[in-house]
Design a protein around this ligand. Structure first.
Ligand SMILES: Nc1nc2c(ncn2[C@@H]2O[C@H](COP(=O)(O)OP(=O)(O)OP(=O)(O)O)[C@@H](O)[C@H]2O)c(=O)[nH]1
Ligand SMILES: [Mg+2]
Length: 513
């Protein structure tokens, strides 16, 4: 009923279309008649069929090339960011897989686009909140607003450089297309569909053999037409999936706490702090009782800062600023010896650590407490995927006491051990790497005999220096996370502002009519 009404309403438009289309359609029909009468029809049909067949491999080739070109053109967009770590990179591989598997969106149907955006966001969210039932909803409103800002900015930049003529495209054009589609789309489709079904039925009755040939070539021509818009759609689809994926990773990894301007301000504050008296990288020393933590503080400082003794000594956390000549300024935190569980004291220090320097004695056979606390820290880091975990290095102390204990004649080359002492040192490094599940290159053997010169501290400084860049990123991340916890005073001031705003709205509300 509705359609018949629409036909009645749009009859001038229908007549106009017929007036334009009929002369050309009649040409088609007349051409067919001529072909038929002059006995060329079967030759024509065969030629059309062969050309139609050709469209299959060609369309396959064109699609493949369009996909490859979209990949190439968006090569940079497909690169993971340099400061992403393992979890972000894993999530990014999922995003790339979705981008590869997503068929180009249709220009008129928005539903597949939304479904694909949702699938991308959910895939990323699952990486960061595997336990949460509604993993995708783990963000705050300002983060979503910031996300919208970023995606718009990035898609705009790529569209401007990659889609020809995009500047000339006005919103009014799109609205016009959409309106025409809404207005005539269903009607035109019904009209076209009905007349085409009728025509095909009549054709089949009149001449079944010819009709079969025409059906086949018609299907093939249809296919060729859809290929034409493929290139632009393939590009736009890949761009959207990648940008949405990247933005989702930024969102769920917790990097999207601050806008670029806010981040620049935080960095400036951070740099200002580094220039000031204290903001060097914070190295937290953790290890069993008498492992040599305080001795290491003194050796690194090249002077006695912390009390050292064969009996349990350090009872409280103490922080020292080291400005040894020729070495980067670092802040070193000396901790009491480990207990058999993760104490709140240790955890609160780990939360504020930019680098953890585990201290273990090479002559201490019991590694249970080290492994237990280390695993607890690993579990803590895994439970806080939004935070960048501090890198862990291990100083293997007391190597001078390894067997043969009487021999101590540094230097030793443990890469190519020539003496049994050097071999014992290498075995100790390998054993501690295995039992604590650390990589060998994160372990530096050192010695600080009470009555002799410290050994291999230069190597430890060099290893620390290699890790400083990462430690600075951890520090920046820490500052960024510090930003989101709003102080009570800040909260009170915001509530006050909101209260004033609401009151103002009530007082100045225009009188209701
Ligand atoms: N021979 C030798 N002795 C060491 C070495 N490192 C530390 N020591 C000695 O081991 C004892 C304990 O050293 P500390 O530095 O007090 O150990 P700690 O880890 O701070 O101990 P707590 O504060 O009790 O947790 C001291 O007598 C040090 O002189 C080393 O590499 N070789
Ligand atoms: Mg100590």
């Amino acid at each position: 009923m509705k359609r018949i009404g629409a036909f009645r309403h749009y009859w001038p438009e229908a007549l106009l279309i017929l007036a334009i289309v009929l002369p050309w359609l009649s040409l088609l029909v007349l051409g067919m008649v001529w072909l038929w009468q002059s006995d060329h029809f079967w030759r024509w049909a065969l030629g059309a069929f062969i050309l139609g067949l050709l469209t299959w491999p060609l369309s396959w080739f064109v699609r493949r090339r369009a996909n490859a070109e979209a990949r190439l053109a968006l090569g940079e967009v497909a690169q993971p960011l340099a400061d992403w770590h393992v979890r972000e990179r894993d999530a990014w591989s999922d995003v790339l897989a979705i981008a590869d598997a997503t068929a180009p969106f249709s220009l008129l149907d928005i539903a597949p686009l939304l479904a694909s955006a949702q699938a991308t966001v959910e895939a990323v969210a699952r990486h960061f909140h595997p336990q949460a039932q509604d993993a995708w909803a783990q963000f705050s409103l300002p983060e979503v607003l910031l996300l919208a800002e970023r995606v718009s900015r990035d898609v705009r930049r790529e569209a401007l450089t990659q889609i020809p003529g995009v500047r000339a495209l006005r919103l009014s054009h799109l609205i016009w297309i959409h309106r025409q589609h809404e207005r005539y789309g269903a009607l035109a489709w019904t009209g076209w569909h009905a007349s085409s079904v009728l025509w095909r039925a009549v054709r089949a009755v009149l001449n079944p053999v010819r009709a079969a040939g025409q059906e086949a070539s018609g299907a093939l021509v249809d296919k060729a037409v859809t290929v034409l818009s493929y290139r632009v759609r393939a590009f736009a689809t890949r761009l959207l999936v990648l940008e949405i994926g990247r933005a989702a990773i930024e969102l769920y990894s917790g990097r999207l706490k601050l806008s670029d301007a806010e981040l620049r301000a935080a960095r400036a504050r951070d740099l200002a702090a580094v220039e000031g008296p204290i903001a060097p990288v914070r190295i937290v020393l953790i290890g069993q009782v008498s492992a040599g933590k305080s001795s290491l503080v003194n050796a690194l400082a090249q002077e006695s800062r912390s009390a050292v003794s064969p009996v349990p000594t350090t009872a409280r956390v103490a922080e020292y600023l080291l400005e040894a000549e020729g070495q980067p300024a670092v802040s070193v935190v000396d901790m009491p010896g480990l207990c058999d569980r993760l104490e709140p004291d240790v955890l609160s220090q780990v939360e504020r650590a930019d680098l953890i320097l585990w201290v273990a004695s090479a002559v201490q056979p019991a590694r249970g407490p080290d492994r237990k606390i280390l695993d607890a820290l690993r579990a803590w880091a895994a439970a806080h995927p939004a935070r960048r975990p501090p890198p862990i290095l291990l100083a293997l102390t007391h190597v001078d006491e390894l067997r043969p204990a009487a021999e101590w004649a540094p230097p030793y080359d443990i890469a190519v051990p020539a003496t049994s002492k050097a071999r014992a040192m290498r075995d100790a490094v390998e054993a501690v790497a295995r039992t604590l599940d650390l990589s060998i290159d994160s372990i530096v053997p050192i010695a600080m005999p009470p009555d002799g010169k410290p050994y291999n501290l230069d190597a430890l400084w060099a290893r620390l220096a290699l890790e400083l860049e990462e430690a600075k990123l951890v520090q920046l991340d820490r500052l960024r996370h510090g930003q989101q916890t709003m102080s009570l005073r800040e909260l009170a001031s915001q509530l006050g502002q909101a209260g004033r705003f609401i009151l103002k709205g009530v007082v100045t509300r225009p009188p209701t009519a």
